[in-house]
Design a protein around this ligand. Sequence first.
Ligand SMILES: Cc1cc2nc3c(=O)[nH]c(=O)nc-3n(C[C@H](O)[C@H](O)[C@H](O)COP(=O)(O)OP(=O)(O)OC[C@H]3O[C@@H](n4cnc5c(N)ncnc54)[C@H](O)[C@@H]3O)c2cc1C
Length: 425
Amino acid sequence: MVPVRNRAGRGALAIAIAPFGRGGRVAGLAALARIRPGAYARSRNFLDGAVSRLSPYLRHGMLSLAEVRDAALRVRSRPEVDTFVRELAWRDYYVRVRAALGDTVWNDLEAYKTGEPATAYAENVPDDVAAGATGAACIDGFVRDLVDTGYVHNHARMWFASYVVHHRRTRWQAGASFYLRHLLDGDPASNNLSWQWVASTFSHKPYFFNRANLERYTRGTYCATCPLARAGCPFEAPYDALAARLFPNGQRAVETVVTPDLRVPADAAPPAPDVTDGAIVWQHEESLSRDDPARTLARGDAVFVWDDEARARDPWSDARTAFVREALDELDLAAIVAGDAIEEVGRFARARGATTIVAVTPVDPRLRDVAAGLARSFDVVLVPPEPFARLDRSVDLRRFSRYWARAERSAFPHVRPLELGIETG
Ligand SMILES: Cc1cc2nc3c(=O)[nH]c(=O)nc-3n(C[C@H](O)[C@H](O)[C@H](O)COP(=O)(O)OP(=O)(O)OC[C@H]3O[C@@H](n4cnc5c(N)ncnc54)[C@H](O)[C@@H]3O)c2cc1C
């Protein structure tokens, strides 16, 4: 393996040790062997519930949604495992929406249903929130989790997003950017669309919560020590009183936003690409497994590029960089380079006399641009990732329920033979 070369001369990539757990497929499979899908449905909303913590592995293609689903179905059958598989499906859904919209996921997809126009929301996350210094033990604790570990439980993400958008009247985009800078699983698909769901720009109504809800699912951990106490708690109220305070103009849209067309065609049958010997493989940030479909198809040398443009637009924390770097260590790559991805992958292919470049079909628009740029000089073969579900008809992706109505049946296939020893949950 070639060491990281930083052509821009910005010095070696300084990497901190990720506190989450190692990156890479080996660690991902170990985490997969510990999932407890049987306990998931009844406990997942509790901060100490049986959640999998697999999201960073899924985000970077170290594991696939299909293999996680299959692993769950080997230890528990339906309907016990349905809730877990349905949550996996949310990722599949959001990735499909992102693939359809590209960077439009940064726009309000619908109007806020908060009785306020978009202009009523502040541009930036307030300093005390970003510093974890609001005085509310829960909110400050969630910021500490985010910054220190790169992982936040789903319920805490919802509470935090709701606080930022509805209590502090801040644009969801600002909160989403703040999250993407720190999350190990940071992904504009699940992240932006979840922030929009909380904000109500991709849902029917705003999400908000009260102290009793938070106290229950955190088992009182934060409330017991909170300096604000009940009297100063911004969440201490019955729901109707909170709604009146947060949305004085009612929960309705006061402006019009035209939702982009989200009707997508049925999934095409997977192509059977024919790759000649000597093709090289471009492994990108969505496909960091030695077993991914591109590596399986083409046996030639593989390259990864730390893409300057992508990281300038979407900077990662040191912990995230370390997590990805640990995955790269397992990939037996012929080169890891830093620079412009089109130039570097092209240079790598030319040096080997290759005319064909194989990669997993990317979702991120920047990675798609790289593939398109390479296609000007090479045969680029894009291989779809292993499918989680198959849409047999055209679907309007404006709501998860519409997607799930078409996807659910195919999301529960016959399970592959046992490959992993998994504890029952
Ligand atoms: C404001 C906000 C921001 C978020 N940002 C991201 C993000 O950047 N990246 C990301 O992967 N997820 C994001 N999520 C979704 C969800 O919170 C995480 O996927 C989940 O908490 C990861 O923890 P886990 O692996 O233990 O999940 P589990 O509960 O064990 O679920 C298993 C897997 O299913 C998928 N999943 C579960 N719930 C969801 C969901 N609601 N939406 C989408 N996929 C889901 C994830 O891939 C997850 O790893 C966000 C949610 C909110 C409310």
